[in-house]
Write a protein that binds this ligand. Structure first.
Ligand SMILES: *[C@@H]1O[C@H](CO)[C@@H](O)[C@H](O)[C@H]1NC(C)=O
Ligand SMILES: *[C@@H]1O[C@H](CO)[C@@H](O)[C@H](O)[C@H]1NC(C)=O
Ligand SMILES: *[C@@H]1O[C@H](CO)[C@@H](O)[C@H](O)[C@H]1NC(C)=O
Ligand SMILES: *[C@@H]1O[C@H](CO)[C@@H](O)[C@H](O)[C@H]1NC(C)=O
Ligand SMILES: *[C@@H]1O[C@H](CO)[C@@H](O)[C@H](O)[C@H]1NC(C)=O
Ligand SMILES: *[C@@H]1O[C@H](CO)[C@@H](O)[C@H](O)[C@H]1NC(C)=O
Ligand SMILES: *[C@@H]1O[C@H](CO)[C@@H](O)[C@H](O)[C@H]1NC(C)=O
Ligand SMILES: *[C@@H]1O[C@H](CO)[C@@H](O)[C@H](O)[C@H]1NC(C)=O
Length: 693
């Protein structure tokens, strides 16, 4: 062997002796150190080593399972850029010295026991990435992270429930926020008002039931939104200013059941994921307001067979569709024509319905053609590519995705779905009153026209009269009601007629009344304070009104119009006569025909007038009460300060609502009957009470 090689080897063996050795339990590679399972003495040794050359110039430090990890023990490390600490809970207060890690860019502190965000984070002024996954953080409040340079925050598997107001004000360059696996129950867009750079928001596996788009400004820059694995049953996202640049949306693993007409109106959306959503129906017009959509997954929805041929708009961008593991018996021709890459493995295709055109599309459009199978009438599974021309004709089929016994609730918008499975037969509907109607292709609503509720419309324009649109919509895909009435219950027949044969499906619709109770919570001499337990869920807000009527035997009648968005579910009825019995009703009715949708009534007697003595006592009592209130308010001062942030948000919402409602009050009164338009409740509404518009 060449002696030159030997000397090289000797140099290598001796090299560690010239410098301090890599600490026990650690492996050193260049300027990076990785340590696992350090006992306390080993950790002390490490921190001592880090003080000396060359380890004082370490740029990356990875620690995991350190017995007693303490930030103060780590020396100042002027070159450290990456510091990842895993499963090493030590002090939760994190005492960081001011210039301990001046260059630190990436900090991970995962699987610790953090319950609150350490204040010391503020001293890390170069940080761009922070990962605090697998801790026990509950509050993402305004005091949590103040790092102006931060770009990426990962908080997976914590217990965060809500996002506080102004959190993002202190993170102006934040681009990515990952809240996978937390306890969020709603997504409120106004929480993101100051998140001006946010591009990616991941809310996977939370418990989100509701999306409140309560303001139109925030989230303008957002490109990716992941809402998979939540509890959403209804989604409606419309870009006004917010979501304008949304590019990719993941709604997988939510129980969506029905993809409604125009459910997303997002001009830039290109990628949409709807896997595993227990989906049964895709309505006509479902994707028409997504002009740039080019790739969609609706995999693993075994009940999905009902897919409207009018689901897509005229967009030519659509390119890739994955319908693996869906319930399609035949692939709708619209899909075959529209899509250039189709994935169909494990669908429930019927062999006799895989037409010759499908063979033509076969190997070109259908990417997984060689794995695609269908079922014969006898139940055998065959490969599509080996299929011989079928003898038996394709059986006509009527699709009724929600069965033949269905239940609707009074006031709801409801559709009884029934459609031909792709054949050219005509479809007829027979109403419970035995009227037969030939169904037309479903009309698509103009998505841009937003429905204003009747109350607001009449408030702004008292001459406004009626909505002339039909309440019932009969189409080749459904028998639909804007507002279900109790009288709509009965048997509906869906009949498909072709030259060959007639198919009939009889569907029973039951209509349940809601359980709404009206109570008089406080009764005085001239007023009654009313409250009720819930509101009707109304979608057709433009044609439904809510009023309170009070009548006594002397033909006295008063009507008060209320907003459907009455979130307090209460009203104080004033100007009544003392010691008199009134019948008071809460009524939802159709404005075009005055048809009652639902009413709940009580009879209530007002109190008799008090004697002079009693009213004197009353004044005394009121005086005492005022004094007490002053004392209580005084004591609660600090408490009120804490609530301040909450109130300012409420105020903001209220202001927004005021701007649409104004505070005017119209009184239209004739001699006997008077109608008052009462809109103070409108000033504070909650989106949870807001009927879907
Ligand atoms: C050391 O780091 C280099 C690059 O930084 C990497 O390619 C190499 O695999 C590392 N060696 C060890 C033993 O980890
Ligand atoms: C590391 O220690 C050496 C020797 O004491 C010193 O020359 C060097 O400046 C130190 N480096 C840093 C980044 O402190
Ligand atoms: C968050 O959800 C988990 C799992 O459902 C539950 O155990 C935990 O108590 C919740 N935490 C909070 C703060 O609600
Ligand atoms: C969408 O969410 C599902 C479920 O969480 C996940 O498996 C999938 O990878 C996500 N898709 C994208 C593009 O992130
Ligand atoms: C789609 O195209 C047809 C015919 O070209 C047209 O009648 C229809 O209005 C278009 N629909 C939309 C939503 O643009
Ligand atoms: C029967 O019902 C349909 C729709 O529900 C309605 O348009 C029609 O007027 C009704 N006919 C009679 C005779 O009641
Ligand atoms: C309201 O009235 C209903 C029946 O009319 C009664 O069952 C309920 O207990 C009352 N609620 C209150 C809060 O008084
Ligand atoms: C109550 O009655 C008085 C006098 O009749 C009237 O001025 C007032 O506007 C009424 N208030 C309401 C809310 O109807």
């Amino acid at each position: 062997m060449n002696p030159k090689n030997y000397s090289f080897l000797i140099f290598f063996l001796c090299a560690p002796n010239f410098v301090t050795a890599c600490p026990v339990g650690c492996s050193c590679n260049g300027s990076s150190i990785t340590c696992t399972s350090l006992s306390k003495p080993e950790f002390d040794l490490l921190t001592a080593t880090l003080k000396d050359a060359p380890y004082n110039e370490t740029t990356e430090l990875y620690l995991s399972a350190v017995e007693e990890f303490l930030f103060p023990s780590v020396p100042d490390m002027l070159k450290l850029t990456v510091f990842k600490i895993h499963a090493s809970p030590g002090d939760s207060e994190w005492f960081l010295r001011r210039h301990q890690f001046p260059e630190l860019q990436t900090l991970h502190f995962t699987k610790g026991d953090l319950k609150t965000f350490p204040k010391a984070l503020m001293s890390l002024t170069s940080l761009t990435e922070l990962d605090l996954s697998d801790n026990k953080l509950e509050n993402l409040g305004a005091d949590s992270i103040h790092i102006r340079s931060i770009q990426k925050i990962i908080l997976r598997n914590n217990e965060i429930k809500i996002i506080g107001v102004h959190v993002f004000r202190y993170m102006p360059t934040l681009k990515v926020l990952d809240l996978t696996g937390n306890n969020m129950t709603r997504l409120v867009t106004s929480d993101f008002t100051s998140a001006v750079s946010l591009k990616e928001l991941i809310l996977r596996n939370n418990k989100i039931e509701l999306i409140e788009t309560d303001t139109t400004d925030p989230l303008q820059q957002l490109e990716t939104l992941d809402l998979s694995g939540n509890l959403l049953s209804e989604v409606r996202l419309e870009a006004q200013q917010n979501f304008r640049h949304l590019f990719s949306l993941n709604l997988s693993s939510n129980a969506l059941h029905v993809i409604r007409e125009g459910f997303l109106q997002l001009p830039d959306l290109q990628v949409l994921q709807l896997d595993n959503c227990d989906m049964s129906v895709v309505e006509a017009g479902a994707f028409v307001s997504l002009p740039r959509l080019h790739s969609m997954d609706i995999k693993n929805n075994p009940n999905l067979a009902y897919f409207s041929p009018y689901a897509f708009g005229n967009s030519t961008a659509f390119y890739r569709l994955n319908i693996q593991k869906t319930g399609f018996k035949r692939i709708p021709l619209t899909i075959l024509e529209k899509v250039s890459q189709l994935y169909i493995k494990d669908t429930a295709l019927d062999c006799s319905c895989t037409s010759r055109d499908m063979q033509d599309f076969g190997a070109v459009t259908i990417i997984d053609w060689n794995d695609a199978t269908c079922r014969t009438k006898m139940g055998a599974v065959q490969k599509l590519s080996h299929l011989e021309k079928s003898e038996e004709p394709c059986r006509d089929n009527l699709l009724t995705p929600f069965g033949i016994k269905q239940t609707a609730i009074v006031g709801q918008a409801y559709r009884i779905y029934c459609a031909n499975d792709g054949t050219n037969s005509k479809l007829f509907w027979v109403s419970p009153n035995k009227t037969t109607t030939e169904a037309k292709q479903p009309d698509l609503r103009k998505s841009t026209v937003k429905k204003t509720d009747y109350f607001t419309t009449t408030l702004l324009d008292p001459s406004y009269s009626k909505n002339h649109e039909e309440r019932v919509h009969i189409s080749t895909e459904y028998y639909g009601f804007d507002v279900v009435l109790e009288s709509d219950a009965g048997y509906y027949e869906c009949v498909s007629k072709s030259d060959m044969k007639t198919l009939t499906r009889k569907i029973e619709l039951a209509v349940l009344p809601p359980e709404i109770y009206l109570n008089a919570s406080h009764v005085a001499t001239t007023s009654v304070h009313l409250s009720w337990n819930k509101n009707l869920k109304i979608e057709a807000v433009d044609r439904v009104a809510l009023r309170i009527t009070a009548s006594s035997e002397k033909m006295f009648k008063r009507q008060v119009q209320l907003s459907l968005y009455n979130m307090f579910r209460s009203y104080n009825l004033v100007n009544l006569s003392a010691d008199k019995e009134y019948e008071i009703c809460l009524e939802w009715y159709l404005t075009d025909s005055e048809t009652m949708i639902y009413k709940s009534c009580i009879t209530q007697k007002t109190k008799p007038f008090k004697t002079v003595m009693q009213s004197l006592n009353a004044k005394l009592a009121i005086g005492l009460l005022v004094i007490m209130i002053i004392v209580v308010v005084f004591c609660c001062d600090t408490c009120i300060h804490q609530k301040y942030a909450y109130f300012s948000r409420m105020k903001k919402q209220a202001k927004m609502q005021q701007s649409i409602s104004g505070q005017s009050m119209l009184t239209q009164s004739s001699s006997a009957d008077a109608t008052t338009y009462e809109n103070f409740q409108l000033s504070v509404t909650s989106a949870s009470e807001r009927p879907l518009i």
